[in-house]
Write a protein that binds this ligand. Structure first.
Ligand SMILES: [Zn+2]
Length: 493
C-alpha cells in the first residue's frame, strides 16, 4: 500500500479510534570524550580507533564519570522544567549482544536523574515528559562480504534517553514533539541533533482506543526510527494495522517492531514472551550521581535563550505574528540568521519585512538547494544589502526578487549584482515621463478605452511602461506619471 492510500484510510479511521503515542528519544551528547572513559567521540573515525580497555569492556577496569555529561544533562532538565534528583544511580542492564563487550549497558533505571518535565506544542497542548536518564551507547555491528564486524567507537558515547508520557495523539504531533526536542538540544548546544548521523534516534509506543473509551489499548513498540519522515510513516502504518485488527475482531498483541522504510511496513522483532529480563542492579563501580542546588544554579546561569523564550521576544519586541515567531525560532540557526540580518538593517527595514523575506524567499531556496547552516551562499551581510536596497527604494520588489535569485544561484553579493547589472531603480521623473508619453501615444485606443471607464486598461498601460524600462522604473512614480499624462491628453482633446 502506498503512503498516499495509507493517508486516506487513516483519516477515515480517526473518527472511530484515538491514537495514543509515547516517544522514547535517544539523544547523543556532543561531549569531547565518552561517558566513562577519555576516548574521543568524533563521528567518522576509523573503526575501533576511539577505544580503550574501559569501553572495550576488558576485565579489571574501572569506569569514571564524565562530569561534562552531567552538566549537559542538567541543562536539558532545566529546559523542560523538570525535577532533578539530588542522588541518582547508575544501573547495569544485562544482555548479550556482540556490540556490547561488557555483557551489560550502564544506564539509569529506577532512580533516574530527572523526572516530571513538559514540552508545549504549537497548539498549546502540553506533553508531559516522564523522565530523562543518562546512559552509554552500544557499539555497532557491520554485516558484509560473508563476515560480520564490530566497531566499538560508539560504545560508551553518552546518551540522554527522554521518555514522554503516552500523551501524543497523532503522527503529526509526534513529529512536532520530536522537532521541538531537537530544537531544544541544539539551542542548549548539548547535541548536534543530527538524525542522519544517528545523534537522535527514536522508539515509538503506539496503541489505539475507541473514541470515548478511557482504558488504554494494547501497545506495540517500534524501535530505532531514524528520520522525522519515518517516525510519521511508521506510526501512521501502525495505527492503521491496529485498527484493521480491531475492526476484524482480533486482539492487538504486545510486540516490539522494526520499521522497514523501503516497504513502509512494520515487522515483528520479538513478542512480549521473548522480551529479555535485564536483571538491573546498581553498578558497584560507580558511586551515586550527586547534583546539589549549587550545581543546578551554576548550570542554570550558563543557559541562553530557549526557543519558547525567543519566540516570545520576537513577538513582543519586534511585533511579529506568533506563527512567524514560532517558525523563525523552530531552528536555532534560522533564528540567529534573522537576528543577524535584522541587526544590520534596523531601523531602515522593519522586522516584519525581514521576517517575510526570510520565511518565504530565503527558506524556499535554502530548502530547494539543500543549503546547510551557517549560511555561506547568501550571507546575512548580503541579504541585508538586498533588503536595504529594497526599502531605500533603490530596488523595486520585482527587481529585488531577481537579484535574490541571482544571489542564490551564483553566491554573489547583492550589491555586486545590483552594480554589475545596472539594476538600480530609476526614480527620475523626467525619464519616466518620456517613456509614459511614448506609451500613451502608441496606445491611443487603450487610453480612450480607459477614459470611457475601463479601469483594467490602466494596469495594461503601466505594464507597457515597466516593460520598456525593463522593470527598473519606480512603479509608484509610473502610476502617478501615467495618470497625469492621460489626464493631460484628455484635456487637450
Ligand atoms: Zn574508552
Amino acid at each position: 500500500m502506498s503512503d498516499h492510500e495509507n493517508q486516506e484510510q487513516f483519516e477515515g479511521l480517526l473518527s472511530r479510534y484515538e491514537p495514543v503515542i509515547g516517544l522514547e528519544v535517544h539523544c547523543q551528547l556532543k561531549t569531547e570524550s565518552k561517558l566513562f572513559c577519555s576516548c574521543k567521540t568524533q563521528f567518522g573515525a576509523l573503526a575501533n580507533q576511539n577505544t580503550c580497555p574501559v569501553c572495550l569492556g576488558l576485565p579489571g577496569v574501572l569506569p569514571f564519570l564524565n562530569h561534562q555529561v552531567v552538566d549537559y544533562a542538567i541543562r536539558m532538565a532545566i529546559a523542560i522544567g523538570a525535577t532533578v534528583r539530588e542522588k541518582s544511580v547508575f544501573a547495569r542492564k544485562q544482555y548479550f549482544y556482540p556490540d556490547l563487550p561488557k555483557g551489560y549497558q550502564i544506564t539509569q533505571y529506577d532512580l533516574p536523574y530527572c523526572e516530571n518535565g513538559h514540552l508545549a506544542l504549537n497548539s498549546g497542548r502540553v506533553i508531559p515528559i516522564e523522565r530523562i536518564h543518562m546512559e552509554e551507547d552500544a557499539g555497532k555491528s557491520i554485516h558484509g562480504d560473508n563476515a560480520s564486524y564490530v566497531d566499538l567507537n560508539r560504545a560508551g558515547i553518552p546518551l540522554l534517553e527522554i521518555v514522554s508520557a503516552p500523551a501524543l495523539r497523532s503522527p503529526l504531533e509526534a513529529h512536532e514533539y520530536l522537532r521541538k526536542l531537537r530544537a531544544i538540544v541544539r539551542y542548549l548546544d548539548i547535541s548536534d541533533g543530527n538524525m542522519e548521523e544517528g545523534s537522535i534516534r527514536c522508539d515509538a509506543n503506539v496503541s489505539i482506543r475507541r473514541r470515548g473509551v478511557k482504558e488504554l489499548g494494547v501497545r506495540t513498540e517500534i524501535k530505532n526510527l531514524n528520520s522525522f519522515k519515518n517516525v510519521e510513516r511508521a506510526i501512521t502504518y501502525e495505527i492503521i494495522r491496529q485498527a484493521d485488527l480491531l475492526d476484524s475482531g482480533t486482539a492487538v498483541k504486545q510486540v516490539t517492531l522494526l520499521f522497514d522504510a523501503a516497504s513502509g511496513r512494520t515487522q515483528v522483532m520479538r513478542s512480549k514472551e521473548d522480551s529479555p529480563d535485564y536483571r538491573y542492579f546498581p553498578d558497584p563501580d560507580l558511586g551515586l550521581v550527586q547534583i546539589d542546588q549549587a550545581r543546578l544554579e551554576a548550570v542554570r546561569a550558563t543557559l541562553t535563550e530557549l526557543p519558547v523564550q525567543k519566540a516570545k521576544r520576537f513577538h513582543e519586541v519586534f511585533g511579529l505574528t506568533d506563527a512567524d515567531a514560532l517558525q523563525l525560532t523552530d531552528e536555532k540557526e534560522l533564528a540567529l540568521f534573522f537576528e543577524d540580518v535584522l541587526s544590520r538593517v534596523s531601523p531602515i527595514v522593519p522586522a516584519k519585512i525581514v521576517a517575510n523575506w526570510i520565511l518565504t524567499e530565503y527558506l524556499r531556496e535554502h530548502n530547494n538547494r539543500q543549503w546547510t547552516w551557517p549560511a555561506t551562499i547568501v550571507t546575512p551581510e548580503s541579504f541585508a544589502q538586498l533588503l536595504r536596497a529594497l526599502c531605500e527604494g533603490t530596488l523595486s520588489g520585482k527587481m529585488a526578487k531577481m537579484v535574490f535569485d541571482e544571489m542564490a544561484s551564483t553566491g554573489a553579493n547583492a550589491s555586486e549584482i545590483i552594480k554589475l547589472r545596472g539594476l538600480l531603480q530609476i526614480n527620475d521623473a523626467d525619464e519616466i515621463r518620456a517613456v509614459v508619453a511614448q506609451v500613451v501615444r502608441e496606445h491611443a485606443d487603450q487610453v480612450a478605452l480607459y477614459l470611457t471607464g475601463k479601469q483594467k486598461v490602466f494596469g495594461f498601460l503601466v505594464g507597457q511602461v515597466l516593460r520598456l524600462s525593463q522593470g527598473r522604473f519606480n512603479p509608484g512614480m509610473v502610476n502617478d506619471c501615467l495618470k497625469e499624462a492621460i489626464h493631460e491628453s484628455s484635456a487637450k482633446n
